[in-house]
Write a protein that binds this ligand. Structure first.
Ligand SMILES: [Ca+2]
Ligand SMILES: [Ca+2]
Ligand SMILES: [Ca+2]
Length: 148
């Protein structure tokens, strides 16, 4: 009886391991329900007054909120704590914006992203606008990652 269960558990292990090896090292591009949850939770992280829209001031305060020690820099460690994504995804997003590799992101570094998100220039970002920005960003990151 015990052996049978061990066999089933091992088969599951091997199945998972094979599934992993067909994907790029490190992390998989989220899709389906996982992506939906990631988009929704990330949106809520930014929408601090929870009215279903991201306003410019909320985008400004994103880094200030994540900057736990208030030294004016959001470090990778601080971003990982704040981000709704897995540590692997958070690291990819962080490095994408920390182009000079100083482990310090400031409001100015990400400020122009608001305009990229607000595709209809209404000065607010809806969940739909945020989702299309986020999906595009993830695709950029994963394409870059698989080349290197
Ligand atoms: Ca809001
Ligand atoms: Ca800090
Ligand atoms: Ca808009």
């Amino acid at each position: 009886m015990k052996n049978m269960w061990m066999g089933i558990i091992c088969a599951v292990c091997i199945g998972v391991a094979i599934g992993m090896t067909t994907k790029p090292a490190g992390s998989m591009l989220p899709s389906g329900a996982v992506l939906d949850r990631l988009v929704n939770e990330s949106f809520k992280n930014v929408d601090s007054d929870q009215d279903g829209l991201i306003e410019p001031y909320e985008f400004d305060t994103l880094i200030i909120v994540a900057d736990k020690d208030d030294d004016g820099c959001m470090t990778l460690a601080e971003y990982k704590n704040f981000s709704a994504g897995t540590p692997a995804i958070a690291t990819m997003i962080y490095k994408h914006f920390d182009t000079d590799n100083t482990d310090c992101l400031q409001v100015n570094d990400v400020y122009d992203q608001f305009n990229l998100m607000d595709s209809d220039h209404s000065n607010t970002v809806t969940l739909r606008e945020f989702e299309s920005y986020y999906v595009k960003l993830l695709h950029t990151l994963f394409n870059t990652a698989t080349v290197g």
